[in-house]
Every structure is written in C-alpha cells, then in structure tokens.
Design a protein around this ligand. Sequence first.
Ligand SMILES: [Zn+2]
Length: 419
Amino acid sequence: MALLLTHATQLLTLAGPDRARRGTEMNDLGLVRDGAVLIDKGQIVAAGPNDAVAARAPSGVATHDCSGMLVTPGLCDPHTHLVFAAPRMADYERRLAGTSYQEIAAAGGGIRSSLEAVRTASESDLTHQAAFWIRQARAAGTTTIEVKSGYGLTVEAECKSLRAAHAAALAAGGDVAPTFLGAHIVPPEFVNDRARYVALVSTTMLDAVCALGDAAPEFADVFCDPSAFTLAESRQILEAARARDLQLKLHAEQFAPMGGIGLGIELGAVSVDHCDAARAADAALLGRAETVATLIPGANFFLGQTYAPARMLIEAGAAVALATDFNPGTCPILSLPLVMSIACNGMRLTPAEAWTAVTINGAAALARAGICGSLAPGKRADLAIFAAGDYRAIPYYAGQNLCRAVVQNGVWIESHGHD
Ligand SMILES: [Zn+2]
C-alpha cells in the first residue's frame, strides 16, 4: 500500500552514492525543507520537495502530515550485544566505587559473569528479551540493528544465542543483522589452553553456526584486546570465518593499541569498532580503506574513559559510523540519538556528521549501503520521524526521546505503541 509523508519541516535524504561518506562528505545531509516522501510496496518511490513528490502520489494515498517534524532515514545501529540474560548491575556499583573494568573481569565479573546466565537461560527467554530490546531501539528510531552472539562461548550456547536473535527479529520485526562473536573472551574452562579454544572457534563452532540456516550469521567478529584475543589469534579466527563466506568485523583498539585496525583493513573487514586507541598511522590507513570505523562513545561515557580520536579519523578521510554497543556490562545505552549527543559533546562531531554516522555510514558498516541508510528511490522504506523541526535538536536535547514513529519496510509504526 502506498504511503505519503508530507510537509516535513526538514527532510534528511542523505542523497548521494550508495557507500559510506568520508571526511568532509559527512556534513552533507541532503537536507530538504518542506519535504515529502512517497513510499510504495515497502520501497522509497521519491523523496524531495513537497509539491514535486506529492504530485506523483496516487489519489487516495494514505497520508501523514509531518508539519513541524524532522523526517530521516531509519537509524542503523551496527554494533550491539543485545542477546544476554542478565544485567551486570553489581559490576556497575563496583566500578563506581573505583574498581576498573579490567580488575572486575580478572575477579570473575565482566563478560565471564554473563556467560553463566546465557548458558543456563532458555532459548525462549533469550528470544523474548532480545525482542523487547529490538522494540525499545525502534522506539528511539532504529530500524536496522546488528546483534552479536558472544555470551555463550560453547557450540551449543552460541547456536542458541543466534537462533534467539533470529526468532527475536521475526517477533519484533525490522532488519536484524546477526554476528557470530564466539571470540568474545577465552572462557574460563579454556584459560589454561587458549589455543584449543581458538581452534574450537575456528573450526567446530564456526561450522555449527554457519549450518543454522535462516539463523546463520552474516558477520564474524573478534574482540582483539589484551583481555581477550591476540592479533595472531584474531587473524586465525577471522581467516577461518572468511573462508566460510562470513563478512568480518573486529573489536579493535578499544583499550590498547593492538594492531587490530590494520588487521581488519588487511582482511577486508566491513568495520573496525571502538578505535579508542587509534594512532595517526591507523587514521591514515582508514582514510584510504573501504573499512568503516565504527565509534562507540556510549561505552566511553559509561566507563568514564577517554573518547576515540574522531576528529583525527574524519580529518584523515575515514568513514565514521556510530553504534550503541548495547550490552549488559560496559554500555546499557540503546538510544542512537543519545549516542549522537555523546559523540558531539565528547568527540566534537558536528551534528551533521553524527547524522551521517547513524544513517548511511551505519548501513555501510553492515554492508547495507545499497539497501538502507538514505532516502533514495528503490531503497527499503525505513524512516524515522522526530518531533523536531531541526536536525540539530536530536543531539541537542540529550536523553529526550523525540522519535514519534518509524516507517519500517513501508509500514508506519508509532513509537508509543511499543511495549
Ligand atoms: Zn562490542
């Protein structure tokens, strides 16, 4: 059924090529004042000046008056860990009292404590919770969301997590991009024989998740970090994933410079994520690479740590995306509009750069720049509608959810209709 959105005070089309925007391109939002969008059969037919677009609409088309509203592409969140069983509020209190993330992890908290909860949780509980969080994200404007496994770390529990992500996507609707993160940490039962765990992930576990049919992952990810996997281990796992036709992602340079950015670029990863400890040489590499630098300032905010050098990356010509990293330990933030506020205030992104980072560049970080992330004819009709007449209002009103509705696959969904 056709749908027409009229008289948007500001319409952000992000018109341009179906690829990530880099450097100064990130400030071009394709802004149209008094804009309209025509949708049919789940796709964008036209987006642009109101009168020209409205003239193309069939008579009797369902119409939403967007006067006073900001209409944008649906937001794309390219990094979350939303399949988990229990929040880590005890870790939160310990960290506030002065214990570091690394100390908490070494004492058996952190990711390890999430393992037990997921291993013992039922698949239906994991599914129900994941669907709840996907709907919560949509209520803030997110229509495409990446979901990682990685709190199971056994063949069985990783498969269970990916099946839960798939079932949650069916229950909640929306575009959910599944990622296998069997290499999140070395689980406690393998700490004295980590090579055996790396071998397990690289063979049996990858084979098992790739055989999940509709629930199989699109991406494989590795946490390349002093607390997790070395550069050589990361390479072994990522090469095994690539050999099985998975696309690659990498948690790189979150807490320390490990060489993960260079490895990700060398292996053709779609994104390298975090980049907090990126150096000038890394920025220069990213400035020449297709690989997207996905920054995750909500985690820095929540951990009280120094932000990634976003200005250095953008000025080097890198394509920068933003993600929430929603997870039960280091970042329980699921709102991309809040992440935009943190990115602008903490990393000095311009509001326009932040918008590019959560739309077309977020889509590119999920290999979806040709599918969503901008309002171009033929693209999937995923939009977000905000109660604001100015795109800068979204990062400005930090913590306010101004999202009133999304259009997902051509269907209008009110934000207050979520559970
Ligand atoms: Zn992560």
